[in-house]
Ligand binder design. Structure first.
Ligand SMILES: *Cc1c(COP(=O)(O)O)cnc(C)c1O
Length: 466
């Protein structure tokens, strides 16, 4: 298995360096063993997220100099609207500074308390914005996704039967259906065109508007081209247009497939809805022609959206992530399959089978990645989603103990990712010496961001395992 050569060359560089081991030990201890508390300068390879971390092209950097910072009607807004319209076919384009503002605008406008929103899987900010308006977010993910090791090509799909039943059982109560592409919370798995079209038919029959959460629309369109019958010879850009044609609108965080560091949009077909959204936009985000962004940022996003459907770029991007996942598999470490578009999800229990789940095996791996190699990743397991039953005091684990290695776009090379694989090999070699963690501070909500932890003493560890 080989990684294809990058379809770009390097023109500007940013230095990174690996702190000596003693200093890494010191930094992670001072951070309360929580990688969110590390400063970026102490990290060597940062795989925390693919959001806002893309490297921009020379065309995008040149675009920054073309920023027109007029309050109203800047030329970059014209370009932005032209690009989003031609990509999506939606007439009304509302710029925002990031994806969650688009969520807030949409749900503030269409939801009332007790209304439902259904999705293949809500991303966490999407779910939080639905709930914040008193809505109920329901995930209807295909059951194929339950098998983490199977190679079905579209494990991000909507469960069409469940959708049909849910809409029939809740007439007039479902105010939107959201298809998340790719399905971030479900391992970055794609949604097929057939599934998108079937979703549209069901929504249409029940008069429910359909929207895309389009953060990774280009990666999704590329997977359709590679994996779905009849699409092999269709350009990705045309596939993306065909996807958008099925829905009534889309919201997008341009921090992912916008190849920009900040930005997003909400685009809809309905003029009346767009009027209401714009009123609220002006109240919370900015005037309608800049939406919380500088003119230069609008230009960077417009150019990023033009570049992201480039076939050479897309032949490289998921292949790079795939390469990383396969190399990790070769070490005997279990990863979620098929390997997703933007990240490799490691099953940490396959690395640390002896560490009990209440001692956070995923978190152990995250800390070891930093201690051994200065690498930053994120746990998506019992530290993030675990709980304690308030009545019995019993620990309730998260469904999985994942560690996500998200790969920023156009940032790292094969040698960086080989280094990550080497560090994982070292961690495996020492895994019997590694102990679990206990929480010493946790907040009530989203505890993983602020938690402080401490390693278990080997004796405590044995007591639990033994
Ligand atoms: C990142 C993301 C969002 C939220 O976007 P922000 O720009 O971080 O506010 C929403 N949905 C999905 C699928 C995402 O990946």
């Amino acid at each position: 298995m080989k990684m294809p050569p990058e379809p770009y060359r390097i023109k500007a560089i940013e230095s990174i360096s690996l702190l000596p081991r003693v200093e890494r030990e010191d930094r992670i201890r001072q951070a309360g063993y929580n990688i969110f508390n590390l400063v970026s300068r102490d990290v060597y390879i940062d795989l925390l997220t693919d959001s806002g971390t893309s490297a921009m092209s020379d065309r995008q950097w040149a675009g920054l100099m073309m920023g027109d910072e007029a309050y109203a009607g800047c030329r970059n807004y014209e370009h932005f609207v032209e690009v989003v319209r031609s990509l999506t076919g939606y007439d009304y384009v509302i710029p925002v500074h990031q994806g969650r503002v688009a969520e807030n605008l949409l749900f503030s406008t269409i939801l009332e308390g007790g209304d439902y929103v259904v999705s293949n899987t809500h991303f966490d900010t999407t779910r939080a914005n639905v709930q914040h308006k008193g809505g109920i977010a329901v995930d209807l993910l295909t059951p194929e996704a339950d098998n983490l090791q199977s190679d079905e090509p579209f494990k991000g799909n909507m469960d069409i039967d469940a959708l049909r039943t849910f809409l029939a059982d809740h007439p007039q109560q479902v105010k939107a259906c959201i298809i998340t592409v790719t399905n971030n919370a479900a391992g970055g798995q794609p949604v097929s065109m057939a599934n998108i079209k079937a979703t549209r038919e069901v929504c249409r029959a029940h008069n429910v508007p359909l929207y895309f959460d389009a953060a990774r629309f280009a990666e999704n369109a590329f997977f359709i081209q590679q994996r779905e019958n009849g699409y092999a010879n269709i350009p990705v850009r045309d596939i993306a247009r065909e996807m958008f044609a099925q829905a009534d609108g889309a919201l997008m965080s341009a921090k992912k497939d916008g190849l920009a560091n900040m930005g997003g949009f909400l685009a809809v077909r309905d003029e009346e809805l767009s009027g209401k959204l714009t009123e609220l936009l002006i109240l919370i985000e900015g005037y309608r022609t800049y939406g919380g962004l500088a003119g230069r940022d609008l230009e960077a996003v417009a150019r990023g959206l033009e570049e992201v459907t480039d076939e050479d770029y897309l032949k490289f991007r998921p292949a790079q992530v795939h390469w990383l996942g396969e190399k990790i598999s070769e070490l005997g470490i279990r990863v979620v399959r098929p390997i997703g578009g933007h990240a490799v999800f490691i099953d940490a229990r396959s690395v640390f089978p002896r560490i009990p789940r209440e001692q956070f095996p995923g978190h152990v791996l995250v800390v070891e990645l930093y201690r051994e190699g200065g690498i930053r990743a994120v746990e998506i397991g019992s530290l993030m989603f675990g709980a304690v039953d308030p009545e019995t005091g019993k620990f309730i684990p998260a469904p999985y103990e994942f560690v996500r290695l998200a790969v920023p776009r156009r940032v790292y090379t094969e040698s960086h990712l080989s280094y990550v694989v080497d560090i994982l090999r070292k961690i495996q070699d020492k895994k019997d010496l590694t102990t679990g963690y206990k929480l010493i501070y946790e907040s009530k909500y989203l505890r993983h961001f602020t938690a402080r932890l401490a390693p278990m003493a080997p004796a405590e560890q044995d007591a639990v395992v033994g």
